[in-house]
Design a protein around this ligand. Structure first.
Ligand code: SF4
Length: 316
């Protein structure tokens, strides 16, 4: 629209609507430089996706060898056959994967959208503040948009972004739009990123608007790395929640344990008061499983050939 210089008086104006656009640049105290790909589009990270897909080969286990995704079908995709739209079995599987990821993305993002409107209507705009204990609030928002949310309203543009991307991705699943299974996988990875962002938005809005706990001040946990082959156990002197992050899948048939109440365990390095407390509790508690209570003694475990599989000595 052409613009004219001059001046006008608002008092004289009738039946005029004034639209003020977004502030293009505002002073921002954030010291992070903008990354190379803020708000990545469907193809922005395609090269990177391809690297991942080529490094970790995709394995499909098709539930069906017939595609019925459009009215040209059903199409028989067995062997080297292609459907009427030209896709083969791998592309049909990639398409289903993308649709499945988008279903989750829509579910989570729609929840975020609903919360966004609901909370703005109910509470008005609110400051986004996760307290002083969180080092990086809104990590996905920051990474993907290159900005920091400051108020509830800052989640509007990110929801717009996710919804636009979802519409574009879903369009790619329309008959004849995409034929490469690798591109479907790249788009599924993009959709997965959007899904995580949509979930983060939902979480953050409800935390801020409903004053949910942000962090447990002074009650935070610590992670301990237990080297492979290192026999370990825990005891807690108060109610505690413990999480295990395992480097492999849990395999019940491949585990063995030394009983924490085995007579030949050396407690000499343990705080004596704690060792005594443990002995009192461990021998009487009903919380200890039979598997632990009846586990190996240290001597019987050392004599068991399976103990040779544990590599802790070699790591030293
Ligand atoms: S999407 Fe393609 S393969 Fe599937 S039914 Fe339609 S034409 Fe056939």
């Amino acid at each position: 629209m052409a613009s004219k210089e001059g001046s006008f008086s608002i008092e004289d104006m009738k039946n005029v609507q004034i639209n003020i656009g977004a502030v293009v640049k505002e002073a921002d105290e954030w010291d992070q430089e903008m990354g190379p790909f803020p708000k990545p589009g469907v193809a922005t990270l395609r090269d990177w996706d391809f690297k991942i897909c080529n490094r970790y080969k995709i394995m499909y286990s098709p539930a069906d060898d017939t595609c019925t995704l459009c009215t040209y079908g059903p199409c028989d995709l067995t062997g080297d056959k292609k459907g009427a739209c030209g896709i083969n079995m791998a592309a049909a599987c990639g398409k289903i994967v993308l649709v499945a990821v988008l279903m989750g993305t829509c579910a989570h993002t729609a929840h975020g959208r609903h919360l966004y409107h609901w909370c703005l209507d109910k509470f008005g705009d609110m400051p986004f503040d996760m307290g002083s204990e969180i080092l990086v609030d809104a990590p996905l928002y920051r990474t993907i948009l290159g900005k920091k949310p400051k108020t509830l309203k800052d989640f509007g543009p990110v929801l717009n972004y996710v919804e636009e991307q979802v519409a574009q991705l879903l369009a790619c699943t329309h008959t004849g739009q995409e034929g490469s299974y690798l591109d479907f996988e790249s788009k599924a990875l993009h959709a997965g990123m959007l899904d995580s962002l949509g979930k983060e938005v939902s979480d953050l809005i409800q935390i801020v608007a409903y004053d949910m706990p942000v962090s447990a001040e002074e009650d935070y946990s610590e992670w301990i790395w237990v080297p492979p082959g290192f026999a370990h156990g825990n005891t807690f002197t108060e109610d505690t929640v413990i999480e295990y992050l395992c480097s492999g899948e849990y395999s019940p048939g491949n585990e063995a344990g030394i009983s924490p109440i085995a007579d030949d365990l050396d407690w000499s390095l343990c705080d004596p008061e704690l060792a005594s407390l443990f002995q009192q509790i461990a021998h009487n508690t009903e919380l200890m499983t039979d598997k632990d209570r009846n586990g190996f003694s240290l001597a019987s475990w050392t004599a068991d050939p399976r103990s040779e599989n544990f590599l802790y000595d070699e790591l030293n």
